[in-house]
Design a protein around this ligand. Sequence first.
Ligand code: FES
Length: 164
Amino acid sequence: MAKIKLTKAPFKGTESQERELRAALVEIKKRKGAVMPALQKAQEIYGYLPIEVQTILAGVLEVPVEEVFGVATFYSQFTLNPRGEYNVSVCMGTACYVKGAGEVLDSIKVQLGIEPDECSADGRFSLNATRCIGCCGLAPVMTINDNVYGKVSVNDLEKILNNY
Ligand code: FES
């Protein structure tokens, strides 16, 4: 079984988010197979599915939290971790990989102190390893939010990350 990585960032859900979720769950609970639409609604409200939110959901739907966790971790549409203020993605497609994307990713992991699919404890950075993003001519490629960086070398990383 694949290891599930959980965020280091503390949960920052608000009372109004919880009110919105609970109100939506009252309706969703009437449906058959409510866990899936409930998780979709929760992710829409919070952006991700921390254990605190899964616990609310399990309580209202009156299902074991293990069942909610099982569904949340089975489907790739769900994420247990928040995105950071700056979401760093390193393309691990073939063209980027052969041009050194693995070393780029390793170096970013060290500099940010997080693994792919994690968010830093201060919520500033999250990190992802992605598939080809369609600009292979610029390999290796990384993005930070909407900014694309091409022909990235390990030596450029400190300067790039310091801009954020
Ligand atoms: S393989 Fe990285 S952009 Fe295509």
